[in-house]
Ligand binder design. Structure first.
Ligand code: NIG
Ligand code: FE
Length: 426
């Protein structure tokens, strides 16, 4: 008897966002999705997808198994929709303290950098996070990841960056590493020591500290399996880390074995596309101020653009050039940018905003929140689409068509969230 972990059948629609394994190399269109009517999927005991297709195709595959088959869980999805688990391409989920009062300041007209200059913003969260224990931060992180899972997120890119010195950055990365082993959500960690210039330091001094102290300490802690940042990030912004300092930090991170995914062109044009080419960035986020030449440079560099509609909305920024990026063949991913400034854990709401504020279609937003976000986190081989061999990360939607996931912005009808073939939220 072969016992599979899960079978779902009779789905009114099963959404396939990736028709080609080689999606990024062959340049599939951002809105390339296919719907299977009467869809079925089977997940093996190792948590991976064993078969997917129409009911008939999957049934024929099951018939061919050498032994009789059974299922730990058999879900009848009649009148329901099956989608891939969502991927959040950009978050800052490890921090303590509160900045709820700054929301009122911003509503009254203060800009992000004005709040920062008044002692709020990132610096304030850094002070609180330094004072918190690893245990406390782990508990905050767990609650946030639980809430993300409820909203359908099954893979998340998660940054450090509220330490800005060796000890606290390591503490944050340890918290992330522990969560990656213990929590049901899969997590890709990013080291963001260059998130802000610490009080009392110049950007040049902070750059030296990152390159000479923080990165070597991270390399050592990685060898000891205490941390595992796969990416390095910097907030490349006027008055924070500008082009040359950003480049120095990113190159040092790349030399230490980390891929590059940086914050760029959020408030001012910073030539982020040119920088992507120069440092061979895997991804760059925000990009509100990106111009045509820099879009073309991102295409040339094969860099993912990770767009963050919640931040643009909260800070009343102009829209990043989503349409032009897509037209130029840059793969666009989406992230909630969850942080104390943009307090949003929900990818359905993020997709909704990407459609209403950035002019993306629902298909483009879904691809942005699944396979492209997985690609931006270097997980396209295992996450982001319902394909044989990938993790059995699925959503069952109690709705007549998949678009309800985006249309019903605040409370979409997610009936089950499935991680590795197990129902983890229902
Ligand atoms: O991606 N822009 C820089 N970093 C974060 C905000 C972090 C914070 O305000 O705490 C972002 O929006
Ligand atoms: Fe961010």
């Amino acid at each position: 008897m072969s016992c599979f972990r899960l079978r779902i059948r009779n789905a009114r629609q099963l959404v396939q966002v990736c028709s080609k394994q080689e999606r990024f190399k062959s340049g599939a269109a951002q809105d390339d999705i296919a719907l299977i009517e009467g869809g079925a999927v089977v997940v093996s005991q190792d948590g991976r997808i064993a078969a997917v297709g129409t009911n008939e195709q999957v049934e024929a595959w099951l018939q061919k198994q050498p032994q009789p088959v059974s299922f730990e869980k058999d879900v009848d999805a009649t009148d329901k929709v099956v989608l891939p688990g969502l991927v959040d391409g950009h978050t800052h989920p490890v921090w303590s303290g509160s900045r709820v009062d700054e929301f009122a300041m911003k509503l009254a007209g203060a800009t992000y950098m004005e709040v920062h200059a008044m002692g709020g913003g990132i610096g304030r969260t850094v002070r609180c996070t330094k004072a918190s224990s690893e245990e406390e931060l782990s508990q905050f992180l767990k609650k946030r990841l639980d809430r993300m899972l409820k909203c359908g997120t099954t893979l998340v890119e998660a940054k450090s960056g509220y330490g800005l010195e060796t000890e606290t950055e390591l503490k944050m990365l340890k918290v992330l590493h522990k969560a990656s082993k213990e929590h049901q959500i899969d997590l890709v960690a990013t080291y963001l020591g260059g998130h802000s210039v610490p009080e009392g330091m110049t950007a040049a001094e902070a750059t030296l500290d990152i390159v000479q102290k923080q990165i070597p300490a991270i390399i050592q802690a990685k060898k000891d399996d205490l941390v595992n940042p796969e990416f390095i990030d910097v907030f490349c912004e006027k008055g924070v880390f500008e082009y040359d300092d950003t480049k120095t930090i990113l190159e040092a991170g790349a030399k230490a074995g980390m891929k590059i995914n940086f914050h760029g062109d959020e408030l001012h044009p910073m030539d982020s596309g040119k920088l992507c080419m120069c440092v061979q960035a895997h991804a760059a986020s925000h990009l509100e101020m990106l111009d045509t030449a820099n879009i073309k440079a991102m295409k040339e560099a094969s860099t993912f653009a990770v767009l963050l509609p919640t931040t643009m909305y909260i800070l009343k920024l102009c829209s990043p050039p989503a349409r032009e990026l897509i037209k130029n063949g840059v793969p666009v991913a989406l992230g909630s940018d969850y942080n104390p400034n943009a307090h949003c854990l929900s990818m359905p709401l993020t997709m909704h905003m990407a459609c209403c504020l950035m002019g993306m279609t629902m298909k483009e937003a879904l691809v942005g929140a699944t396979i492209n976000a997985a690609g931006s986190a270097n997980r396209a081989e295992t996450h982001g689409s319902i394909e044989v061999g990938k993790f059995g990360d699925l959503l069952v939607l109690d709705a007549p068509q998949w678009e309800h996931l985006i249309y019903e912005m605040a409370d979409p009808p997610i009936e089950h969230v499935i991680k590795n073939g197990r129902i983890v939220v229902s």
